[in-house]
Design a protein around this ligand. Structure first.
Ligand code: HEC
Ligand code: HEC
Length: 345
């Protein structure tokens, strides 16, 4: 159990509910140690529409707890009904993420907060202006004092509080988690799906697999080293993804491999929400792979037929994988009042 504490501080279990199977190491910035009052402040800020320029948009507008912190749309609606360029992302288990956004352009949760605030398609208010505004709102000076020791509201402390709240959003009570802890047993179909999900196919050895775990790896179902991949959505990607950050053509259309936890609740799927159902997602990976030069080799090489050029799962195997994906739904997370709107609905 090497990962139950962070590398640089010890956080009480009540704030970070870390347990098997989510025990990989994580880091918390030394200048933002977890504190109950700051987490609670962060929750208020996350749900407060006054953080936007016209008091209509909160973080929670696009990150709704009952949808595992997504919004059910291909593109989100923000300030003045403008649409974002990409689909909203789930905010679960960000404690183990190091590069944020589909293209990884932000290096910490504290840094990430600035983007939606100042984005004129999202909340349209610079964090410096948010600080001035919050200073005038009755509840906040005392909450900042309890969290950070001063009533003077600063951009840094706004970002720190929201980041602390986000770190507490840990999803580890799905049926998959419970089966990993030996508390329940998955059905035969779910178990077949689990094996296929994590197995790379080797048809010459009669080993069938879905190869999903090659990228969506381990119990986090994401990559341990923030792997970016082009999963073959387009011959010529219109959204350049990681290439927009690195300017390298080899990164064209690469996105961070997202977690699949609660995927049943987070449709539509992919950075542009192009797939409405998990069946469409499985059909994409199974049949419609665009063999562009940008597609990841782990996808190009994977087939269940010797010499095959696509994955070649059976209809039953696709259903089994979807049954497994649904074991990643965490009903306790979405009902957890620690993550719900403190202002009431
Ligand atoms: C108008 C909708 C909208 C609002 C408001 C919004 N977000 Fe987001 N959020 C998105 C979209 C869209 C993305 C993906 C954007 C991208 O990758 O370019 C995203 C991505 C993120 C991510 C990255 C998650 C990951 O896995 O990398 C975090 C963290 C996040 N938002 C937190 C917040 C916080 C905190 C707020 C409030 C300060 C907020 N968001 C407000 C739509 C929104
Ligand atoms: C080569 C790495 C790779 C492999 C293999 C892979 N994925 Fe993905 N997956 C990704 C990446 C990268 C994305 C995000 C792509 C995008 O939106 O442009 C993604 C997105 C998804 C999404 C949408 C997530 C969301 O939040 O919208 C689902 C669902 C998914 N994959 C399921 C699977 C399944 C099931 C398999 C196996 C059949 C699989 N993946 C195999 C890398 C991979």
């Amino acid at each position: 159990l090497h990962g139950c504490k962070s590398e640089n501080n010890e956080t009480p279990q009540v704030l970070l509910d870390i347990k098997e199977p989510l025990t990989s190491p994580y880091k918390i910035p030394a200048d933002n140690p977890m504190k109950a009052e700051a987490v609670e402040l962060g929750r208020f800020l996350f749900y407060d529409k006054r953080l936007s320029s016209d008091n209509t948009i909160a973080c929670a507008t696009c990150h709704q707890s009952d949808k595992a912190f997504t919004d059910g749309k291909s593109f989100s609606t923000g300030f003045l009904n403008r649409h974002t360029d990409r689909s909203s992302m789930s905010l679960v288990n960000l404690l183990w993420v190091n590069k944020f956004f589909w293209d990884g352009r932000s290096g910490s949760l504290e840094d990430q907060v600035h983007f939606p605030l100042m984005n004129e398609k999202e909340m349209n208010l610079a964090i410096e202006e948010v600080a001035v505004k919050l200073q005038q709102i009755d509840i906040y000076p005392a909450k900042f004092k309890a969290a950070f020791g001063t009533e003077t509201i600063t951009p840094q402390n706004i970002a720190k509080a929201i980041a602390q709240f986000e770190r507490t959003i840990i999803s580890n009570n799905s049926r998959f988690d419970k089966s990993q802890r030996g508390e329940i047993t998955l059905t035969e179909q779910e178990e077949r799906g689990r094996k296929l999900f994590f197995q790379h196919p080797f048809p010459d050895q009669n080993i069938r697999g879905g190869n999903c775990g090659d990228c969506h790896s381990g119990p986090l179902t994401t990559s341990t080293n923030d792997k970016f991949a082009n999963n073959g959505l387009d011959m010529e990607p219109t959204d350049k993804g990681l290439e927009g950050i690195t300017n390298s053509i080899y990164d064209r259309g690469k996105m961070r491999t997202p977690t699949l936890r609660n995927i049943e609740l987070t449709a539509p799927y992919m950075h542009d929400g192009r797939f409405k159902t998990l069946e469409e997602v499985l059909d994409h990976y199974n049949d419609h792979m665009n063999y562009s030069i940008y597609t990841d080799v782990l996808i190009k090489e994977a087939s269940n037929e010797v010499g095959g050029t696509t994955l070649k799962l059976t209809e039953q195997e696709k259903k089994d994988i979807i049954a497994f994906l649904k074991t990643l739904t965490d009903n306790e997370l979405i009902q957890n009042t620690r993550f719900s709107n403190p202002f009431g609905k």
